[in-house]
Write a protein that binds this ligand. Structure first.
Ligand SMILES: NC(=O)c1ccc[n+]([C@@H]2O[C@H](COP(=O)([O-])OP(=O)(O)OC[C@H]3O[C@@H](n4cnc5c(N)ncnc54)[C@H](O)[C@@H]3O)[C@@H](O)[C@H]2O)c1
Length: 209
């Protein structure tokens, strides 16, 4: 398949692109490098330096990739920042994502994988949580992702754009080539590892359980 990977210069997207290429698929990476790294784009992939704010840029990327499927990882993902700058999150994680879904429909793409988040759930009534635990986000990051999930449900029903949303908690690990290299690291696992490496003095553990 031809697969368009948005955010393919970031952590999860870069490794996903590598896995797709290893499995024999053709990959186009679309990334604006606001958070990702050009060196994290697999050399076998075609790279488009995205300018999602420019009219038609996302549509042109979908057209030129001749995508059979889109895997959408491009987003801003700092929960704390979303509480002080919500418009940044709604515009990128919802408005730009909607442009991508529209382009998918216009170009006849049939399959869409959305990198959503556990933050769409909010505090659960009971644990362990199930996939159908009610989604009640408590920050703009989670809300922006849930809004796009809801749009995709309608696009699936009406435009027949098949989709699946992955709601990860803490992604962890690395491939031989690529790994986690956020400019601002908010995730637990790399921050714990920084302490183990002596690069940071300590890591606060939240909660009492
Ligand atoms: N890392 C995790 O544990 C985790 C957990 C839950 C959900 N997620 C979600 O998975 C996705 C990937 O996470 P990650 O940790 O790899 O993040 P990341 O920041 O490493 O990767 C995101 C990439 O998207 C690019 N990008 C952002 N907005 C863009 C746009 N409008 N157009 C083009 N490129 C754009 C960035 O430059 C970056 O390379 C995100 O959508 C995030 O919300 C991640």
């Amino acid at each position: 398949m031809n697969v368009l990977v948005t955010g393919g210069a970031g952590y999860i997207g870069s490794i996903c692109a590598e896995e797709l290429l290893d499995a024999g698929h053709a990959v186009t990476v679309y990334d604006n490098l606001t958070e990702g790294h050009r060196s994290a784009v697999d050399a076998r992939a075609k790279f488009i330096l995205g300018r999602p704010e420019v009219d038609g840029d996302i549509l042109n990327a979908v057209k030129s990739s001749r995508a059979d499927a889109i895997m959408h990882f491009a987003a801003f993902a700092l929960v704390g920042e979303s509480m002080t700058n919500p418009k940044k999150y709604f515009h990128n994680n919802f408005v730009n994502a909607l442009k991508l879904a529209d382009a998918a429909v216009e170009c006849g793409v049939k399959k869409f994988v959305f990198s959503s988040t556990c933050a769409t759930y909010g505090p659960p009534d009971k644990v362990p949580m199930a996939e159908d635990t009610p989604q009640r986000p408590i920050n703009p990051y989670g809300e922006s992702k849930l809004m796009f999930e809801k749009a995709l449900l309608w696009y699936q029903q009406i435009y027949k754009l098949e989709f699946i949303a992955f709601r990860y908690f803490n992604a962890a690990g690395a491939s031989g080539k690529f790994g986690e290299h956020h400019r601002t690291e908010s995730h637990l696992i790399p921050n714990v590892l920084f302490v183990a490496l002596g690069e940071k003095p300590e890591r606060e553990i939240y909660g009492t359980d």
